[in-house]
Design a binder for this molecule. Structure first.
Ligand code: PNS
Length: 160
């Protein structure tokens, strides 16, 4: 069985992430989208809220599972017996950061964890979770960025 992990913060999940999820789920037999529980950051949504959000948004994809992890991705992947991590690349600005993470993971895992990059659909190349948060903060239009139920939750967080 071909398995992959799509790790990330997903704070919040955007249409860009969803596009990567949908396309990866067509390539792999089982895709685990896993939310990093990062103790160093203060997220807008708790891990539990993000798990629910991702479960709702991916319910139509039977081979997509939602999970969370803390610590190193290579340790988590080893525990799950998965050897491929998926990451989306939007533009050249993502490349340096992604290359560094991928090469570090390759080194630390002794080649056990490969990173596969999918180029983000041009339609969503402009999207980032931080831009989406800023738009929500000022009650801007989120209809092109996130599913409606996520937009609603974001506006609530910002008191709109
Ligand atoms: O959505 P993000 O915040 O760009 O995702 C980054 C993520 C979660 C993929 C990356 O930070 C990660 O894998 N963190 C876990 C810690 C780790 O394994 N670090 C070693 C690689 S530098």
């Amino acid at each position: 069985m071909r398995k992959a992990i799509y790790p990330g913060s997903f704070d919040p999940l955007t249409y860009g992430h969803l596009d990567i999820i949908k396309r990866s789920a067509e390539i792999f037999d089982e895709l685990t989208v896993s939310i990093l529980d990062n103790k160093m950051k203060t997220p807008l949504f708790s891990v539990e809220e993000r798990v629910k959000m991702l479960e709702e948004a991916t319910k139509e994809y039977p081979n997509v599972k939602i999970d969370s992890f803390s610590g190193l991705l290579i340790d988590y992947a080893k525990k799950k017996d998965v050897h491929v991590a998926i990451r989306g690349l939007r533009a050249i600005t993502d490349f340096e950061y992604e290359l560094q993470i991928a090469q570090t993971n390759q080194l630390l895992s002794h080649g056990e964890l490969e990173t596969m990059f999918l180029t983000t659909n041009l339609e969503y190349a402009y999207l980032s979770s931080s831009a989406v948060k800023e738009i929500a903060m000022f009650h801007g239009d989120l209809s092109m960025c996130v599913p409606e139920f996520i937009a609603k939750q974001m506006y609530e967080k910002y008191g709109h």
